[in-house]
Write a protein that binds this ligand. Structure first.
Ligand code: HEM
Length: 393
């Protein structure tokens, strides 16, 4: 095994993340169990081709506008369920936000044909895959990696049957939605040379997006709840902004609109602050494909390179009093300090789910159902909390 180095300067970190020719993606095997897809282990040309084909439907608020109503319904339904379950005993917030984010992703990517049961099953199977993320890749009964591989196979079977079912529906002309979801788009899409995606690629992509999108968003949602619960003044300001927006809503309008989301200026700062302050356990992982000189040092070919966002997101050099949760630091938009804020990555690998996850957070932070109790002993008890439904004044 070749050695690795940790890059600690902002300029060098951005250089590494932006130069896919010299630094290729290189996460540990255990971290890629559910995300093996046409985005991984392909040439940068192929990667570009797949990204263009696959991510357009979920990038940008305009593309996502058509999913706003179902996302709103899913969030409201999930909050109602959390509040109702909380009357008996505190709920595990991370589990709740995971279920919520998976429901949103499944809806957008696979459509609403699916039972609650399928989602619960997939969430359960993903659980063991998550647990194996930091384990040794020992494929032997009793080891987390072994179980995770088995679970991957089971999720693959579920997704495969969904794709088969959809193909059959299209063939029989019995497609029922007028809004196309990602499965439809992936089945139809062709590149400039008229090449279509293979079924295997479609299945892998759907799994990769569901997996990559659910835990990240769920963690951010959970921490949003924690920080808003702890910072009552921030929560009050968020609530006031929401009430203002609601006041100017025409009586004929029943649901949240993109225009309203754009008006949530203070909430945007809160989301940035949550994304800045939360910590991800795994760094960005790359491997040098050739000898590369950076800051006067040579990184030899084959060496691993690690970059931690927290070096920048929690650095007083870029964010004064970095441990303080302070959405107002985003008042004058210069806080990114030449790119020191990159919660969704940098360059060609930048997260394609970044707009979607923000929409989920807008909905979730919407304080119609704020938390009233939060012991916050995360992660041991999965962040037990009580969710109370309140009405807007
Ligand atoms: C708060 C939520 C999220 C955070 C913080 C986040 C963060 C990231 C980061 C940092 C990367 C780049 C990793 C690297 O360069 O090595 C990434 C990539 C990726 N994310 Fe996200 N993500 C979030 C939500 C989502 C969602 C909702 C989806 C799917 C709908 C998603 C799908 C992906 C995919 C497929 C990639 C790989 C892209 C590629 O290699 O081209 N993520 N994410």
């Amino acid at each position: 095994m070749k050695p690795g180095i940790v890059v600690h300067t902002l300029e060098a970190s951005r250089k590494v993340l932006s130069d896919e020719n010299k630094f290729k993606l290189a996460y540990p095997e255990t971290h890629l169990i559910a995300t093996q897809s046409p985005l991984i282990n392909v040439s940068s040309e192929e990667h570009k081709r797949f990204r263009r084909l696959i991510t357009t439907p979920i990038l940008g608020y305009n593309s996502l506008a058509k999913f706003l109503d179902p996302i709103e319904s899913i969030v409201i339904e999930s909050l109602e369920e959390m509040a109702s379950r909380s009357t008996k005993q505190p709920v595990m917030l991370i589990k709740e936000t995971m279920a919520l984010s998976l429901r949103v992703i499944v809806h957008i990517f696979i459509g609403s044909y699916h039972h609650h049961n399928t989602i619960q099953k997939v969430q359960h199977l993903f659980g063991a895959i998550d647990e194996a993320s930091f384990s040794w890749p020992i494929n032997f009964p009793g080891f987390p990696y072994y179980k995770a591989l088995k679970n991957r196979k089971k999720v693959e079977e579920i997704v495969k049957s969904i794709v088969e079912e959809r193909k059959l529906m299209i063939k029989n002309g019995s497609e029922v939605t007028e809004k196309k979801d990602l499965v439809d788009i992936l089945l139809e899409v062709e590149d400039v040379d008229g090449r279509k995606l293979k079924d295997e690629d479609i299945v892998n992509m759907l799994m990769a997006f569901s997996f990559a999108g659910h835990l990240t968003t769920a963690t951010a949602l959970m921490w949003s709840m924690v920080y808003l619960t702890k910072n009552t003044l921030v929560l009050k300001k968020v609530k006031e902004e929401q009430e203002e927006i609601l006041k100017s809503r025409p009586s004929s309008q029943k649901h949240l609109s993109m225009e309203e989301i754009k008006k949530m200026v203070y909430l945007t700062k809160v989301i940035n602050e949550v994304l800045r302050i939360i910590q991800w356990a795994i760094p960005f992982c790359r491997k040098a494909t050739t000898d590369v000189e950076i800051n006067g040092y040579i990184i030899p070919k084959g060496w691993s390179v690690f970059i931690w966002q927290r070096d920048y997101h929690r650095s007083p050099e870029y964010f004064p009093n970095p441990e303080e949760f302070n959405p107002s630091r985003w008042d004058n938009n210069d806080n990114t300090k030449g790119g020191a804020f990159f919660p969704f990555g940098v360059g060609t690998r930048i997260c394609p789910g970044r707009d979607l996850s923000k929409i989920e957070m807008f909905e979730q932070i919407n304080p119609e159902c704020p938390l009233s109790y939060m012991p916050a002993p995360m992660p041991k008890d999965n962040c037990l909390g009580k969710v109370t439904k309140v009405t807007m004044e």
